[in-house]
Design a protein around this ligand. Structure first.
Ligand SMILES: Nc1ncnc2c1ncn2[C@@H]1O[C@H](COP(=O)(O)OP(=O)(O)O)[C@@H](O)[C@H]1O
Ligand code: SF4
Ligand SMILES: [Mg+2]
Length: 335
């Protein structure tokens, strides 16, 4: 199901009924289960959900970075600026990745080459994608590191990833991702491993670059607090499905899903003393090889009633067309 507001321009990215499964020894994992959404140029979409809910598999589906045992269903559509990404050859998609769509991961080491200086890594991307000459690429690398908030970039370009702190490495990964001025950046938990101050600095830098270049961003996080104030729209995912979707201000002031509310209550709070136990969501996330009948959240939901275990609630709206939720007994507000 696609919701498109009339009069809106064509989306930059359109995901249509995406289903991604993974074949494992213990069964078929339904990691992404009928997900659809549109993203307009320059906008930020927050994708929020607990660990294991399918966020990374969704991101990897877009860029054909899936593990070998994963499969995108034939009826799925992944459209980017007129290109149907999931029908393109690996070679053609390589041309899009890194140039028009870039991705950064939680662990920057997964995208950095440990045996290549960071200067050469950035320059390589500029030479490959933009056809820059070596000298020009090297100068540009220094500028890019500087704009990623790295001090002494002239010296840093000669260093290897292991010589940098986690926060520095993520800045380098970001500089590489932004080198070709992509139209879309997918940031998959980019700051999860970093402390709060570095996290805010990196997210601020991304926001700054976004405004300068009108870049769209998908900001993936398990922490609803990270998406707050940074995303224009938010999609909440549970067990591979969208369970709530709304403009961010609407979602935060008037959330409808008990699951979103539980995510909200599990945000770490600054006023809490260090090492305070988080209010994590009770119960275990469902087995994606064998989803229960009805609402997948029912075994953990404080609002659950009989109907919830019998019928799957559809993703639909009531008084606001742009606020979708999949719940038989929605809540009103934060609680
Ligand atoms: N390579 C893999 N092989 C088997 N199962 C996987 C693999 N990668 C992810 N999964 C499963 O797919 C589901 C979604 O994973 P993922 O997208 O990584 O979650 P998230 O990013 O939200 O934490 C999980 O149940 C996970 O165990
Ligand atoms: S449908 Fe029922 S179980 Fe599912 S979130 Fe809503 S109230 Fe809870
Ligand atoms: Mg993930």
């Amino acid at each position: 199901m696609i919701r498109r507001t009339e009069g809106q321009p064509a989306p930059l990215l359109s995901i249509q009924d995406l289903v991604t499964t993974i074949a494992t020894d213990y069964g078929i994992v339904r990691a992404v289960n009928h997900i659809s959404f549109d993203l307009q140029p320059g906008r930020t979409l927050g994708i929020v959900g607990e660990s294991g809910s399918g966020k990374s598999i969704l991101a990897k589906s877009i860029l054909n970075l899936l593990p070998k045992n994963a499969d995108i269903s034939r009826n799925s559509g992944i459209w980017f600026d007129g290109l149907e990404l999931n029908k393109m050859s690996p070679k053609a998609i390589n041309g899009v990745r890194g140039q028009r769509i870039a991705i950064i991961f939680q662990d920057p080491m997964s995208s950095l080459n440990p045996v290549m200086t960071i200067g050469n890594q950035i320059a390589e991307s500029l030479i490959r994608h933009l056809g820059m000459r070596k000298k020009r690429a090297r100068n540009r690398s220094v500028e890019l590191l500087k704009s990623a908030g790295i001090s002494n970039p002239g010296q840093r370009i000669r260093q290897y990833p292991h010589q940098l702190s986690g926060g520095m490495r993520q800045r380098v990964a970001m500089a590489i991702a932004l080198a070709c001025e992509p139209d879309l950046l997918i940031a998959d938990e980019p700051t999860t491993a970093l402390d709060v101050t570095v996290q805010a600095e990196i997210l601020d830098l991304l926001a700054q670059r976004q405004t300068q270049k009108n870049m769209a961003m998908i900001l993936i996080t398990h922490d609803l607090g990270v998406a707050a104030g940074r995303a224009d729209d938010i999609i909440v995912i549970y067990a591979g499905r969208i369970v709530e979707q709304a403009p961010a201000d609407q979602l935060f002031s008037f959330m409808r899903m008990p699951y979103t509310q539980a995510l909200m209550n599990s945000i770490p709070r600054l006023e809490n003393r260090p090492h305070t136990r988080l209010n994590s969501i009770q119960g275990r996330s469902p087995d994606l090889t064998n989803l229960p009948r009805g609402c997948s959240f029912a075994p953990r939901c404080p609002q659950a009633q009989q109907r919830c275990t019998r019928q799957t609630p559809p993703l639909s709206s009531d008084d606001r067309q742009d606020h979708l939720f999949a719940c038989w007994y929605p809540v009103r507000g934060r609680n």
